[in-house]
Design a protein around this ligand. Structure first.
Ligand code: GLV
Ligand code: GLV
Length: 320
Protein backbone atom coordinates (compact mmCIF):
# COMPACT_ATOMS: atom_id res chain seq x y z
CA UNK A 1 0.00 0.00 0.00
CA UNK A 2 1.26 3.44 -1.01
CA UNK A 3 1.80 6.09 1.66
CA UNK A 4 -1.04 8.61 1.96
CA UNK A 5 -0.41 12.34 1.57
CA UNK A 6 -2.92 15.09 2.22
CA UNK A 7 -2.37 18.46 0.51
CA UNK A 8 -4.38 21.26 2.10
CA UNK A 9 -4.86 23.37 -1.03
CA UNK A 10 -5.20 22.84 -4.75
CA UNK A 11 -1.75 22.84 -6.36
CA UNK A 12 -0.92 22.77 -10.08
CA UNK A 13 -0.93 19.18 -11.38
CA UNK A 14 2.60 19.29 -12.74
CA UNK A 15 4.05 20.12 -9.32
CA UNK A 16 2.66 16.95 -7.74
CA UNK A 17 3.21 14.49 -10.61
CA UNK A 18 6.53 13.11 -9.31
CA UNK A 19 5.20 12.65 -5.80
CA UNK A 20 2.06 11.03 -7.18
CA UNK A 21 4.13 8.16 -8.59
CA UNK A 22 5.01 6.91 -5.12
CA UNK A 23 2.16 8.05 -2.89
CA UNK A 24 -1.59 8.30 -2.87
CA UNK A 25 -2.53 11.98 -2.86
CA UNK A 26 -5.67 13.58 -1.60
CA UNK A 27 -5.83 17.28 -2.28
CA UNK A 28 -8.31 19.84 -0.94
CA UNK A 29 -9.88 20.89 -4.25
CA UNK A 30 -10.05 24.67 -3.74
CA UNK A 31 -7.42 27.22 -4.56
CA UNK A 32 -8.70 30.17 -2.57
CA UNK A 33 -10.52 28.49 0.26
CA UNK A 34 -8.73 27.07 3.27
CA UNK A 35 -9.37 23.51 4.32
CA UNK A 36 -11.90 23.37 7.17
CA UNK A 37 -10.46 22.36 10.52
CA UNK A 38 -12.70 19.24 10.74
CA UNK A 39 -11.31 17.99 7.42
CA UNK A 40 -7.75 18.60 8.56
CA UNK A 41 -8.43 16.83 11.88
CA UNK A 42 -9.79 13.81 10.08
CA UNK A 43 -7.25 13.69 7.21
CA UNK A 44 -4.29 13.86 9.55
CA UNK A 45 -5.39 10.61 11.21
CA UNK A 46 -4.51 8.61 8.10
CA UNK A 47 -1.78 10.78 6.59
CA UNK A 48 1.87 9.74 6.29
CA UNK A 49 2.66 13.14 4.82
CA UNK A 50 1.01 16.55 4.95
CA UNK A 51 1.59 19.50 2.66
CA UNK A 52 0.36 22.66 4.40
CA UNK A 53 -0.20 26.36 3.73
CA UNK A 54 0.82 29.14 6.13
CA UNK A 55 -2.88 29.68 6.80
CA UNK A 56 -3.28 26.17 8.29
CA UNK A 57 -2.77 26.10 12.02
CA UNK A 58 -0.97 22.85 12.86
CA UNK A 59 -1.07 22.93 16.65
CA UNK A 60 -0.95 20.12 19.21
CA UNK A 61 -4.70 19.47 18.83
CA UNK A 62 -4.12 18.60 15.17
CA UNK A 63 -0.84 16.78 15.80
CA UNK A 64 -2.44 14.63 18.49
CA UNK A 65 -4.68 13.11 15.83
CA UNK A 66 -1.70 11.93 13.78
CA UNK A 67 -0.82 8.26 14.00
CA UNK A 68 1.49 7.58 11.04
CA UNK A 69 2.52 11.12 10.07
CA UNK A 70 6.22 11.43 9.27
CA UNK A 71 6.51 14.74 7.48
CA UNK A 72 4.84 18.15 7.29
CA UNK A 73 6.00 20.27 4.35
CA UNK A 74 4.88 23.89 4.67
CA UNK A 75 4.53 25.89 1.44
CA UNK A 76 6.38 28.87 2.94
CA UNK A 77 9.72 29.81 4.42
CA UNK A 78 8.00 30.88 7.67
CA UNK A 79 6.57 28.11 9.86
CA UNK A 80 5.02 29.90 12.82
CA UNK A 81 1.73 28.20 11.89
CA UNK A 82 3.21 24.85 12.97
CA UNK A 83 3.99 23.70 16.49
CA UNK A 84 7.44 22.43 15.50
CA UNK A 85 8.32 21.32 19.02
CA UNK A 86 5.20 19.16 19.36
CA UNK A 87 5.84 17.71 15.88
CA UNK A 88 9.42 16.87 16.77
CA UNK A 89 8.29 15.09 19.94
CA UNK A 90 6.16 12.86 17.75
CA UNK A 91 9.07 12.18 15.41
CA UNK A 92 7.56 14.25 12.59
CA UNK A 93 9.95 16.20 10.36
CA UNK A 94 8.81 19.74 9.51
CA UNK A 95 10.09 21.27 6.26
CA UNK A 96 9.83 24.76 4.79
CA UNK A 97 10.70 26.31 1.40
CA UNK A 98 13.71 28.60 1.88
CA UNK A 99 16.04 29.83 -0.92
CA UNK A 100 13.66 29.29 -3.86
CA UNK A 101 11.58 32.29 -2.75
CA UNK A 102 14.33 34.62 -1.61
CA UNK A 103 14.60 36.86 -4.68
CA UNK A 104 10.86 37.00 -5.40
CA UNK A 105 10.13 38.05 -1.84
CA UNK A 106 12.90 40.64 -1.92
CA UNK A 107 11.45 42.01 -5.18
CA UNK A 108 8.07 42.38 -3.50
CA UNK A 109 9.53 44.03 -0.40
CA UNK A 110 11.35 46.50 -2.61
CA UNK A 111 8.17 47.09 -4.64
CA UNK A 112 6.45 48.06 -1.39
CA UNK A 113 9.20 50.58 -0.66
CA UNK A 114 8.81 52.16 -4.10
CA UNK A 115 5.02 51.93 -4.19
CA UNK A 116 4.62 53.58 -0.80
CA UNK A 117 7.31 56.25 -1.25
CA UNK A 118 6.21 57.23 -4.76
CA UNK A 119 2.48 56.85 -4.09
CA UNK A 120 2.11 54.41 -6.98
CA UNK A 121 -1.21 52.85 -5.98
CA UNK A 122 -2.77 56.20 -5.12
CA UNK A 123 -1.55 57.64 -8.44
CA UNK A 124 -2.77 54.70 -10.51
CA UNK A 125 -6.21 54.92 -8.88
CA UNK A 126 -6.20 58.70 -9.47
CA UNK A 127 -5.83 58.16 -13.23
CA UNK A 128 -8.34 55.30 -13.42
CA UNK A 129 -10.90 57.31 -11.43
CA UNK A 130 -10.69 60.12 -13.99
CA UNK A 131 -9.25 62.65 -11.52
CA UNK A 132 -6.28 63.65 -13.69
CA UNK A 133 -7.18 67.13 -14.91
CA UNK A 134 -3.78 68.71 -15.33
CA UNK A 135 -0.10 68.10 -14.73
CA UNK A 136 0.94 69.80 -11.48
CA UNK A 137 4.34 70.61 -9.98
CA UNK A 138 3.58 68.75 -6.77
CA UNK A 139 0.75 66.55 -7.99
CA UNK A 140 1.09 63.23 -6.14
CA UNK A 141 4.68 64.03 -5.29
CA UNK A 142 6.15 61.44 -2.96
CA UNK A 143 9.52 60.80 -1.36
CA UNK A 144 12.76 59.70 -3.00
CA UNK A 145 14.10 56.23 -2.38
CA UNK A 146 17.56 56.56 -3.93
CA UNK A 147 20.37 57.76 -1.68
CA UNK A 148 18.19 57.35 1.43
CA UNK A 149 18.87 55.12 4.42
CA UNK A 150 17.26 51.70 4.57
CA UNK A 151 17.10 49.81 7.86
CA UNK A 152 16.59 46.09 7.39
CA UNK A 153 15.27 44.26 10.43
CA UNK A 154 15.89 40.54 9.99
CA UNK A 155 19.01 40.02 7.92
CA UNK A 156 18.34 36.49 6.69
CA UNK A 157 18.53 35.44 3.06
CA UNK A 158 15.64 37.73 2.11
CA UNK A 159 17.08 40.64 4.09
CA UNK A 160 20.37 40.31 2.24
CA UNK A 161 18.55 40.14 -1.10
CA UNK A 162 16.73 43.38 -0.21
CA UNK A 163 20.10 44.93 0.68
CA UNK A 164 21.46 43.97 -2.76
CA UNK A 165 18.55 45.80 -4.36
CA UNK A 166 19.08 48.80 -2.07
CA UNK A 167 22.70 48.97 -3.15
CA UNK A 168 21.53 49.52 -6.73
CA UNK A 169 19.53 52.50 -5.48
CA UNK A 170 22.65 53.95 -3.84
CA UNK A 171 21.08 53.61 -0.41
CA UNK A 172 22.88 53.60 2.89
CA UNK A 173 22.21 50.17 4.38
CA UNK A 174 21.67 49.52 8.09
CA UNK A 175 20.57 46.20 9.51
CA UNK A 176 19.52 44.60 12.73
CA UNK A 177 19.61 40.87 13.33
CA UNK A 178 19.89 38.53 16.28
CA UNK A 179 23.32 37.56 15.06
CA UNK A 180 25.69 39.93 13.30
CA UNK A 181 26.43 39.10 9.66
CA UNK A 182 30.11 39.90 9.08
CA UNK A 183 29.93 38.76 5.43
CA UNK A 184 27.01 41.06 4.64
CA UNK A 185 28.82 43.89 6.38
CA UNK A 186 31.68 43.48 3.94
CA UNK A 187 29.93 42.47 0.70
CA UNK A 188 26.90 44.77 1.04
CA UNK A 189 28.45 47.55 3.14
CA UNK A 190 25.63 46.97 5.63
CA UNK A 191 26.13 48.50 9.06
CA UNK A 192 24.87 46.66 12.13
CA UNK A 193 22.73 48.76 14.50
CA UNK A 194 20.90 48.15 17.73
CA UNK A 195 17.15 48.00 17.06
CA UNK A 196 16.23 51.48 18.30
CA UNK A 197 19.30 53.05 16.74
CA UNK A 198 18.30 51.57 13.37
CA UNK A 199 14.76 52.89 13.79
CA UNK A 200 16.04 56.40 14.56
CA UNK A 201 18.33 56.60 11.56
CA UNK A 202 16.33 54.90 8.79
CA UNK A 203 14.15 56.51 6.12
CA UNK A 204 12.76 53.09 5.27
CA UNK A 205 12.37 50.46 7.97
CA UNK A 206 11.87 47.06 6.34
CA UNK A 207 10.89 44.11 8.48
CA UNK A 208 11.51 40.55 7.35
CA UNK A 209 11.65 38.91 10.75
CA UNK A 210 9.98 35.57 11.41
CA UNK A 211 7.29 35.38 14.07
CA UNK A 212 8.58 33.90 17.33
CA UNK A 213 7.68 34.56 20.98
CA UNK A 214 10.59 37.05 21.02
CA UNK A 215 9.51 39.00 17.91
CA UNK A 216 5.76 39.16 18.68
CA UNK A 217 4.73 42.85 18.55
CA UNK A 218 8.37 43.90 18.39
CA UNK A 219 7.11 46.90 16.39
CA UNK A 220 5.21 48.51 19.23
CA UNK A 221 4.37 52.08 20.19
CA UNK A 222 7.90 52.77 21.37
CA UNK A 223 9.36 51.41 18.11
CA UNK A 224 7.17 53.64 15.94
CA UNK A 225 7.97 56.62 18.16
CA UNK A 226 11.67 56.01 17.58
CA UNK A 227 11.22 56.31 13.81
CA UNK A 228 11.55 59.57 11.88
CA UNK A 229 8.32 61.47 11.12
CA UNK A 230 9.21 60.96 7.45
CA UNK A 231 9.87 57.22 7.81
CA UNK A 232 8.10 54.58 5.80
CA UNK A 233 7.57 51.20 7.45
CA UNK A 234 7.48 48.10 5.25
CA UNK A 235 6.47 44.67 6.53
CA UNK A 236 6.97 41.58 4.36
CA UNK A 237 7.60 39.23 7.30
CA UNK A 238 4.73 38.37 9.62
CA UNK A 239 1.83 40.59 10.71
CA UNK A 240 1.95 39.61 14.36
CA UNK A 241 5.42 41.14 14.75
CA UNK A 242 3.55 44.48 14.66
CA UNK A 243 1.19 45.96 17.23
CA UNK A 244 -1.30 47.21 14.66
CA UNK A 245 -3.05 49.65 17.01
CA UNK A 246 0.33 51.26 17.64
CA UNK A 247 0.95 51.42 13.88
CA UNK A 248 -2.46 53.03 13.28
CA UNK A 249 -1.76 55.59 16.03
CA UNK A 250 1.67 56.37 14.59
CA UNK A 251 0.19 56.90 11.09
CA UNK A 252 -2.75 58.98 12.41
CA UNK A 253 -0.48 61.18 14.54
CA UNK A 254 2.00 61.52 11.66
CA UNK A 255 4.76 59.99 13.78
CA UNK A 256 5.64 58.08 10.60
CA UNK A 257 4.79 58.97 6.99
CA UNK A 258 3.50 55.73 5.53
CA UNK A 259 3.42 51.96 5.55
CA UNK A 260 3.70 49.24 2.93
CA UNK A 261 2.24 46.03 4.29
CA UNK A 262 2.11 42.56 2.79
CA UNK A 263 1.18 40.86 6.07
CA UNK A 264 -1.31 41.52 8.87
CA UNK A 265 -2.23 40.34 12.36
CA UNK A 266 -5.42 38.89 10.94
CA UNK A 267 -5.38 37.51 7.39
CA UNK A 268 -7.38 38.14 5.33
CA UNK A 269 -7.62 41.65 6.81
CA UNK A 270 -11.14 42.91 7.45
CA UNK A 271 -12.42 45.40 4.85
CA UNK A 272 -13.33 47.81 7.71
CA UNK A 273 -9.82 47.75 9.18
CA UNK A 274 -8.62 51.33 9.82
CA UNK A 275 -5.33 50.68 7.96
CA UNK A 276 -7.24 50.20 4.71
CA UNK A 277 -8.80 53.67 4.82
CA UNK A 278 -5.43 55.45 5.01
CA UNK A 279 -4.10 56.71 1.71
CA UNK A 280 -0.50 56.55 2.98
CA UNK A 281 -0.87 52.78 3.44
CA UNK A 282 -0.26 50.27 0.65
CA UNK A 283 -1.80 46.94 1.61
CA UNK A 284 -1.21 43.67 -0.23
CA UNK A 285 -2.70 40.18 0.30
CA UNK A 286 0.45 38.35 1.51
CA UNK A 287 1.97 37.91 -1.97
CA UNK A 288 5.66 38.13 -1.06
CA UNK A 289 6.69 34.98 -2.91
CA UNK A 290 3.80 35.03 -5.38
CA UNK A 291 5.40 34.82 -8.79
CA UNK A 292 4.23 31.86 -10.85
CA UNK A 293 7.82 30.63 -11.25
CA UNK A 294 8.57 30.79 -7.54
CA UNK A 295 5.28 29.27 -6.39
CA UNK A 296 5.92 26.33 -8.74
CA UNK A 297 9.41 25.89 -7.28
CA UNK A 298 8.03 26.07 -3.74
CA UNK A 299 5.41 23.42 -4.48
CA UNK A 300 8.02 21.18 -6.13
CA UNK A 301 10.40 21.58 -3.19
CA UNK A 302 7.63 20.79 -0.70
CA UNK A 303 6.75 17.65 -2.69
CA UNK A 304 10.42 16.59 -2.87
CA UNK A 305 10.70 16.96 0.91
CA UNK A 306 7.71 14.68 1.42
CA UNK A 307 8.99 12.18 -1.13
CA UNK A 308 12.45 12.06 0.39
CA UNK A 309 11.20 11.53 3.93
CA UNK A 310 8.73 8.84 2.89
CA UNK A 311 11.53 7.20 0.89
CA UNK A 312 13.60 7.07 4.07
CA UNK A 313 16.05 9.70 2.84
CA UNK A 314 16.83 13.00 4.52
CA UNK A 315 14.73 16.06 3.75
CA UNK A 316 16.27 18.77 1.58
CA UNK A 317 15.09 21.69 3.70
CA UNK A 318 14.04 20.53 7.17
CA UNK A 319 13.35 23.12 9.83
CA UNK A 320 15.90 22.86 12.63
C1 GLV B 1 5.55 33.64 3.30
O1 GLV B 1 5.16 34.47 4.07
C2 GLV B 1 6.51 32.65 3.63
O2 GLV B 1 6.82 32.50 4.82
O3 GLV B 1 6.98 31.96 2.72
C1 GLV C 1 14.49 33.60 6.17
O1 GLV C 1 14.63 32.40 6.08
C2 GLV C 1 15.05 34.48 5.18
O2 GLV C 1 15.43 33.94 4.15
O3 GLV C 1 15.09 35.70 5.42
Amino acid sequence: QKPYVFITRKLPKETISQLEQIVEINMWPHEEEAVPREVLLSEIKKADGLLTMLSDKIDSEVLNEASSLKVIANLAVGYDNIDVKAAKQKGITVCNTPDVLTDSTADLAFSLILATARRIVESANFVKEGKWNSWGPLLLAGADVHHKTIGIVGMGRIGEAVARRAKGFDMKILYHNRKRKPNAEVSLSAEYKEFHELLKQSDFVVSLIPLTPETKEMFNREAFQSMKDSAIFVNAGRGATVDESALIEALKNKEIAGAGLDVFQQEPIDIDHPLLSMKQVVALPHIGSASVETRMKMAELACRNIRNILDGKGAETPVT
